[in-house]
Design a protein around this ligand. Structure first.
Ligand SMILES: Cc1cc2nc3c(=O)[nH]c(=O)nc-3n(C[C@H](O)[C@H](O)[C@H](O)COP(=O)(O)O)c2cc1C
Length: 465
């Protein structure tokens, strides 16, 4: 019995998200990222192809340890200019019916009371199709944009995230009981005060009285996405996430990360299959192997080595990207050292240079082949334990159009992709139930504030001004 995989389109509301340089291609429409119609068109295309969700990445600033190379970011359109996905999703919600809509929001960027309200509003607008990718950031510049001197220490960022999600869980799950919203015209009561509660959160960073202002949305808590890979990141994901993202270099590495995180989830009282794992992959599709290889070379002509280097923060101590001809052994950077070492080991027949990093990044997790051979490769990833794929694009909308037209039919014929949407909110489509299960840490807040004096009894009569 084969189990269908889930498919997300991994995008960002910007010109150059992952595969840097490709926006220069004549068929690339990511240059029209400011035009809402670009995204509406893509969302409709994805829905027609029965993708599970459209997943927007986001950042709060520029990459780089020491402000990296500002010129490179600007010339490459490397995540600048970029727009806020949270705002964009409301436009996509009213133009689609079944597609999941996932936003990324960093704990640094908005107060949890405000953020929880925005998400509840979106979940109402979309009839329960919202997911939240919880991130803590990797950018000093992104932290400085929100008044921090620099990026908060790694472990502390995840402690911060724990408090942040805790506030939102209290608001989403605990503040309003079921049946609180009455809209009772004859009885003259809009809502039942005995079923709406303040949360009185007092923590290290936040003090939030409540109640939550929106009434419960279809999912209450949005589907929770996370991509932590460090020990503290994986711990956070094991406790909180319902979907975890990997960009593992091979199925074997993915299998290891998946089994470790599943075991951690079990140690936190959850079931191993309470979390679904999505591997990021990009595809170059040809009708023959030769055609696919030729297309891959053609994509490589557009690769911006500088763009990949700046994204990886492979910059010297003054923040400049290295010249592509610099031997790797001469690179002294605080950026992606692991990838540098891996590249040095991979290229053994000549002196590896900085330019190799860019090309290898473009090839990383790329599958080149016919629809049939791509489906074979996806089966290998599934055997390693993944539940889904985040499809990374070269061009918008072409990469998704091709995947939908050529690869999905082959996957469908093998029982590896859904051919229709299940009923209900996004969580119901993914897990069979619209609300978080009772093993999730947010579930403990259901009914937890019922002993708080209810809102109306507690407040003093107010004069209307
Ligand atoms: C597929 C994927 C998508 C991600 N999207 C974002 C994003 O949109 N914004 C962001 O700040 N970080 C993003 N990250 C980074 C992760 O949130 C996380 O910080 C990173 O994987 C490093 O893990 P660590 O925080 O445990 O060290 C993403 C990571 C992956 C693998």
């Amino acid at each position: 019995m084969t189990t269908p995989l889930h498919f997300n389109a991994f995008v960002m509301n910007t010109g150059s998200h992952i595969h840097h340089g490709q926006w220069r291609r004549p068929d690339a429409r990511q240059t029209e990222f400011n035009d809402v119609q670009t995204w509406i068109h893509l969302a409709k295309l994805l829905e027609a192809a029965k993708f599970d969700a459209m997943f927007f990445a986001d950042v709060t600033g520029l990459y780089g340890d020491s402000d990296a190379d500002f010129d490179v970011y600007v010339h490459e359109g490397l995540q600048i200019p970029s727009n806020d996905p949270t705002v964009l999703l409301s436009a996509l919600a009213v133009n689609t019916e079944h597609l999941g809509l996932a936003l990324t929001s960093n704990v640094v960027q908005s107060h949890p009371f405000h953020f929880a309200r925005q998400v509840s509003t979106l979940d109402h607008i979309s009839n329960g199709r919202i997911a939240w990718n919880v991130v803590t950031g990797m950018q000093n510049n992104g932290a400085r944009n929100f008044g921090q001197a620099q990026l908060t220490d790694h472990n502390e960022r995840y402690e911060w995230a724990e408090e942040y999600v805790d506030v939102t869980y209290k608001l989403w799950e605990g503040s309003w009981d079921e049946g609180a919203l009455l809209k009772d015209k004859e009885g003259s009561s809009f809502s039942d005060p005995s079923k709406i509660h303040k949360i009185y959160h007092e923590g290290k960073r936040y003090s939030v009285e409540g109640p939550h202002l929106p009434s419960p949305s279809p999912q209450r808590t949005p589907v929770l996405y996370q991509a932590g890979s460090s020990a503290s990141g994986r711990g956070f994901a094991a406790r909180n996430a319902e979907a975890v993202f990997l960009i593992a270099p091979s199925p074997a590495v993915a299998a290891e990360q998946i089994s470790e995180t599943r075991a951690l989830a079990v140690s936190h009282g959850r079931n191993a299959d309470d979390i679904k794992f999505f591997q990021g992959l990009s595809f170059v599709i040809g009708d023959t192997e030769e055609e696919a290889q030729a297309k891959a070379l053609e994509y490589e002509k557009y690769v911006s080595v500088d763009g990949y280097l700046a994204h990886m923060a492979v910059v010297d101590k003054t923040g400049r990207v290295y010249d592509p001809s610099t031997p790797l052994k001469d690179v002294d950077t605080n950026g992606a050292r692991g990838f540098l070492e891996w590249t040095s080991r991979y290229i053994t027949d000549r002196e590896p240079v900085v330019g190799d990093l860019g090309i290898l990044q473009a090839r990383n997790t790329r599958i080149v082949g016919t629809p049939e051979s791509i489906a074979d490769q996806i089966e290998v990833w599934q055997a390693a334990g993944i539940d889904g794929v985040n499809v990374i694009n070269w061009v918008i909308p072409g990469s998704f159009e091709e995947f939908a037209d050529k690869v999905l039919p082959v996957l469908r014929a093998r029982g590896l992709a859904q051919s229709s949407y299940a009923e209900g909110p996004l969580r119901q489509k993914l897990f069979g139930s619209p609300r978080l299960n009772e093993r999730h840490p947010a579930a403990k807040y259901r009914g937890a504030f019922a002993t708080n004096a209810d809102v109306v009894e507690q407040s003093e009569p107010q004069l209307v001004e």
